[in-house]
Design a binder for this molecule. Structure first.
Ligand code: TEU
Ligand code: CA
Length: 549
């Protein structure tokens, strides 16, 4: 394996596959209808069988749950809904026995309005916590400016006691923290170090590119002091241990990603960037304003991120998370070709350079849902529905957007078996189970070599066996082909070749590359010996020892 100082391939997280758990929807151990930490502990065998190296756990800290835990009221305690601090310590310990690290979700851009800091901050302008948040003078009824919050409405909220507005980029119950205040920053570092002491394997940093906001200039992400803050944060905390850190950065470009994920370790291990994710919406509008996926653009985006970060940074690879619709419904086919397309998307992504993330249920090919509006629970979805009704959109039109993009698509409970409530809970699930759980569930896939689960298992194993997954360079093939996504990954002694048909028709293609002397590592059709033709969603991954030049 190549190992110059610029690209340190020894880092564990460059070989790792990370699995995201949305705790409230994963496994409920006590029948209250909500997933919890004991539930996760019970499923560690399942995760070890899948082969993943780490769990990114969406927030489990104390929270009024206005935004499902992304509104934290105590960073050093666990929400009783999920268990206790002892359960969390138990999870870290038990996971370790399964060779799995726990990555916590740090929500540092904002806290809950029920956090002690905010309770104090809103008492008076003289309170020592007042400056932990972002306040502006104003007159009641006249906002400091016209900035809007991500979940609808103004980004400003009036507090009569202090005769000021506080700034919130998300809900009114998520006041933004003031990173300009060094005391606040120090509190955050102490809290992170406290978790590091407990043995966590890393952190995912929620909307990290929004911490350096400058509301007077209407700047939300990529504020002028952002990278200064990140370098300080990293130095005071992460650099003291062998951690993986991944920042959520909707505003990242490849140039910025090279700063964030600089191999010198001065900021983070990598960022989640969303350029590919935002392609199927009308440009300049919101995600709800649907547009077909421009496939050529998708290829261009992947090519650019692969090429530009090579040796200079590190990519995260993902199709899904708790905010995004299910990929098989989105860019695959959740009908006739559900199995084939889910595997194709997996093969396409897992051959790339970076750290792959699997979102719970993705390894089973779980799909989107279409519920009545009453059955949705997500604050963003519910606010959008009201807001667009008021703006005069038709119900049908709004529901079409919700079916395609609602965050609840990803949040329906995990489908473990075909029994009551899909084996998720013995009580009433907090969000309805996807009605297709009788056909799509873990129990039916484990041990079946043709299942989507087995395909993911294979891909995870391959990444550990073949160094080229980690260090190979990327070359896009068939750049102008409107159906096929094909590429090679090459290192000093071997080559990987991935060919995927992104659509539901049979297509032919011609490659210079001769695959006759290559080993077929994984594919999604049982008889994958045809060359030059790809059946619907057909995907193949080949490997060979390189000819010596
Ligand atoms: O999401 C960041 C964010 O910008 C989201 O509002 C995103 O635009 C939206 O979900 C896409 O539909 C993070 C978390 O992942 C999300 O769950 C939280 O709600 C949000 O931050 C606030 O903490
Ligand atoms: Ca529970």
């Amino acid at each position: 394996m190549r190992n110059d100082d610029k690209t340190d391939e020894r880092k564990w997280w460059k070989h790792a596959v990370i699995y995201q758990i949305y705790p409230r929807s994963f496994a409920d151990s006590n029948g209250d209808g909500i997933g919890d930490l004991q539930g996760i502990i019970e499923k560690l065998d399942y995760l070890e069988t899948l082969g993943i190296d780490a769990i990114w756990l969406s927030p489990v800290c104390k929270s009024p749950q206005d935004d499902n835990g992304y509104d934290i009221s105590d960073y050093r305690d666990i929400d009783p809904m999920f268990g206790t601090l002892a359960d969390m310590e138990g999870l870290i310990r038990e996971a370790e026995k399964h060779h799995i690290r726990i990555i916590m979700d740090l929500v540092l851009n904002h806290s809950s309005d029920e956090h002690y800091w905010f309770q104090e901050a809103k008492k008076s302008r003289e309170n020592s916590y007042h400056d932990y948040y972002v306040w502006r003078d104003g007159v009641e009824g006249a906002y400091p400016n016209d900035m809007r919050a991500a979940f609808g409405g103004s980004a400003w909220e009036w507090v009569p006691e202090v005769q000021q507005y506080y700034f919130h980029q998300f809900s009114t119950k998520q006041p933004d923290l003031n990173w300009e205040n060094p005391k606040l920053r120090q509190e955050i570092y102490d809290m992170i170090n406290w978790w590091i002491e407990k043995g966590v394997g890393g952190f995912r940093l929620d909307v990290i590119d929004q911490i350096a906001k400058e509301p007077d200039q209407k700047i939300t992400n990529n504020g002028p002091r952002l990278h200064e803050y990140l370098r300080e944060l990293s130095k005071e905390t992460f650099q003291k241990a062998d951690l993986v850190t991944v920042g959520e950065a909707w505003g990242a470009t490849t140039e910025l990603a090279k700063l964030y994920s600089n191999p010198d370790n001065s900021e983070l291990s990598m960022v989640f960037q969303f350029e590919h994710i935002c392609l199927d919406q009308i440009e300049g509008k919101e995600k709800w304003d649907l547009a077909p996926l421009p496939f050529m653009k998708l290829k261009e985006v992947f090519r650019r991120w692969q090429m530009e970060l090579y040796g200079k940074g590190w990519n995260s690879l993902f199709w899904n998370n708790h905010d995004l619709p299910r990929i098989v419904s989105r860019w695959g086919n959740d009908g006739q070709y559900r199995v084939e397309s889910a595997k194709m998307l997996a093969i396409l992504l897992h051959g790339l350079q970076g750290t792959p993330y699997i979102y719970q249920g993705e390894e089973l090919g779980m799909t989107n849902v279409q519920y009545e509006i009453e059955d949705y629970r997500d604050i963003e979805t519910l606010n959008l529905y009201q807001e667009r009704l008021e703006k005069g959109y038709s119900k049908e039109e709004i529901m079409r957007s919700i079916y395609a993009k609602s965050r609840d698509n990803a949040r329906t409970p995990m489908q473990w078996n075909d029994g009551e409530n899909a084996g998720f809970t013995k009580g009433t699930p907090w969000l309805k189970i996807n009605p297709n759980y009788k056909e799509i569930h873990a129990e039916g896939q484990i041990g079946d070599e043709n299942s989507i689960f087995s395909c993911y298992q294979k891909l995870i194993w391959l990444r550990k066996e073949y160094p080229v997954f980690v260090d190979g360079d990327f070359r896009m093939l068939l750049e102008n082909d409107e159906n096929v996504f094909a590429y090679t990954r090459t290192n000093t002694d071997s080559r990987l070749l991935v060919i995927c048909n992104f659509y539901d028709t049979t297509v032919s293609y011609s490659l210079e590359e001769d695959v006759s002397d290559m080993e077929l590592l994984v594919s999604n059709y049982q008889d994958a010996d045809q060359t030059g033709v790809l059946r619907p969603y057909e995907a193949r991954m080949y490997w060979k020892q390189k000819d010596r030049e």
